[in-house]
Design a protein around this ligand. Structure first.
Ligand code: TYD
Length: 247
């Protein structure tokens, strides 16, 4: 299964990506975590050019797309092995940033993206949505790269772009103003509606319940409705434990 995370800078995608990887691994999955730009070795050099040189929006997009072509091949190899792939940003970033944000023709972006991806498409995309003022608060005084320094108006366009994209059924919008734990829990609840995730996860948990009930407690946090409904007794036993005994 191929999962991508999207959103404006500072939305918490990278934290979610790490938390999601850990959680899915606890649930028995093999997970490959990757990102754009810089998901390939070529991409790391390309990222330096994009962030340091004065280039037009269309060149910027074409450079992201060049990174994406190599990255797509790496992702396909991992999917082929049956792993879950989580990418922190992917092709939709170009539509939101270079397309809606900087006015590059969206049909052109889609055409190039389709060419470089060779049929690869995310199964599900989470857009972590935050208002611009939260982004500004979170980025604070840290030294910002070229894209992060863009105007409020630019980020409003990018955010709107993501919301427009989310009309398609592949997308789920998550409120990124909540805590990392809540964001993880909401994302997990959605993922657990997919049979590809739900079936193996529950099979794994059933096995744990019979062999290592202590471990099951750990797997139930943060809460996910699907899991909790099934393991209610384990959950209530967990809640009755004093906090310091919880592992
Ligand atoms: P980076 O600093 O690596 O990641 P992030 O800030 O998301 O943790 O990303 C550099 C910037 O690249 C980021 O501001 C979003 C932008 N970007 C685009 O404008 N178009 C794209 O296609 C991609 C993949 C990223």
């Amino acid at each position: 299964m191929f999962i991508t995370l999207e959103g404006i800078d500072g939305c918490g995608k990278s934290t979610l990506a790490l938390n999601l990887k850990r959680k899915l691994e606890l649930l028995g999955f093999k997970v490959f975590l990757t990102k754009e730009p810089g998901g390939s070795n070529l991409g790391k050099d390309i990222k330096k050019i994009i962030l340091n040189k004065n280039i037009s929006p269309i060149t910027e997009f074409l450079l992201f797309a060049a990174d994406r072509e190599v990255h797509a091949k790496i992702i396909k190899q991992h999917l082929h092995k049956g792993e879950i792939v989580i990418s922190d940003r992917f092709a939709d970033s170009s539509i939101a940033y270079q397309g809606y944000g900087k006015g590059v023709d969206i049909d052109f972006i889609n055409e190039v993206n389709n060419k470089v991806l060779g049929g690869l498409k995310p199964d599900v995309t989470f857009i972590i949505d935050i208002p611009i003022y939260i982004m500004q608060e979170r980025l604070g005084d840290r030294s910002l790269d070229k894209i992060e320094q863009m105007s409020e108006q630019f980020f409003n366009k990018v955010r709107t772009g993501y919301i427009l994209l989310s009309q398609d059924s592949r997308f789920y919008v998550i409120n990124g103003t909540y805590s990392p734990r809540e964001v993880l829990s909401q994302t997990l609840n959605i993922l657990l509606t997919f049979d590809e995730i739900k079936k193996p996860a529950l099979q794994y948990l059933d096995k744990i319940e019979s062999t290592d009930p202590q471990k099951l407690f750990k797997l139930l946090e943060p809460h996910s409705d699907v899991i909790i409904n099934r393991y209610t007794s384990a959950k209530s036993a967990f809640n009755k434990q004093p906090k310091q005994e919880r592992k």
